[in-house]
Design a protein around this ligand. Sequence first.
Ligand code: PGA
Ligand code: ZN
Length: 426
Amino acid sequence: MPIALQIARVDALQILDSRGRPTLQVALTLDDGFVAAAAAPSGASTGENEAVEVRDGGPAFGGAGVAGVVRTVAGRIGPALTGRTWGTIGDVDDLLRELDGTENFSGIGSNASVAVSIAAARAFAHAAGAEVWRWVAEALGTTPRLPVPNFNVLNGGAHAPNRLAFQEFMVAPIGARTFADAVRAGAEVYAALRGRLRAQGKLAGVGDEGGFAPDIEAPQEALDLLVGAIEDAGYTPSRTGVAIAMDPAANGFGTRTGTYVFSGCEHDRDEMLDLYAELVRDYPVWSLEDPFHEGDHDSWRAITAHLGDGVQIVGDDLYVTSAERIDRGAAQRETNAVLIKPNQTGTVSGTFDALRAAGRHAMGAMVSHRSGETLDTFIADLVVGAGTGQIKSGAPSRGERVAKYNRLLEIEAAEPALPYGLTPRA
Ligand code: PGA
Ligand code: ZN
């Protein structure tokens, strides 16, 4: 049945994200009184080609305010959304692109577009009488499944004030039977890691994504801590049991010409390739994201050729959730997987395009939060509906991180027949 969505009223509000920086919340009130709300997340280690957030500048909030974006939603987007009938999310997103008038949402701001688009997605699901994840599955023609959570339990890079250059060290309970069991494993490993760090006198608070931020430096030190914590918690560290995912986020310490500087040393491309090969040999790393700078294309091709058979190589800053960039990367065999972050592309339909591109190329697709988050749980429904089988939403700790995991627990409880886990590798 065709949907005829009518939006009676549009409200926008400046709220705070998990880092204490302003972000945008949007609420669409429908004709039947239902309120579809959403809030924009915000990254710290952003790709060069991401859709662009608009912020106020000036003295308030160190320039990070979004009062101007609130005015854009209230004064320009709202009047264009009300008083007509909407058939698809694509129509709403086309309007946003038209009002924006740029290639990268630098006109109205990707913070405005993503919040409005996610709220509209919720509104369409409501109009269809469906849970958001089911609406996503219908829009994409996919088979829903519950994802393997990749819990970011050790934070470095741009997300923590320590010497660890690599940004994220995650535990992924691939072998769990259910999502609830995976959450249990993640929480138990997190607690075991805390115990280990305390015993070693290294416990020193958490980073932006809720992972511990001990003052360690070498990636091997981080991986040893993780393997130890997985064992302490009574699990098997392995690629089929409780595995490890890493996001070095190499834009943060590398260049497009293939030079990588950390721990006081400069490493060239071959040294980095050797290091990654060694880490993958010595530790149960199942997924490796942004191992190289987004412009260092030769290195991407080399690592996917060398390690791509046994390990997932994920492009985040490399692709910025752009279907065109994913198509190009697939043609060049730069990765075998993509990261999916709705605010990198700025709309839900742009996110769907990126997911479709990944599907066309039989690439893995990990749905992701940002380091600056709110309680918005859209990505939980998105990953279930898209059925890609993997998500990262930070540690099993801090409200804005667990909000997504808790939403997934709710979905599983309501639909126990949904399968859990990675999709079989093509
Ligand atoms: P960001 O980090 O949200 O700060 O960009 C997440 C990531 O790099 O995956
Ligand atoms: Zn990343």
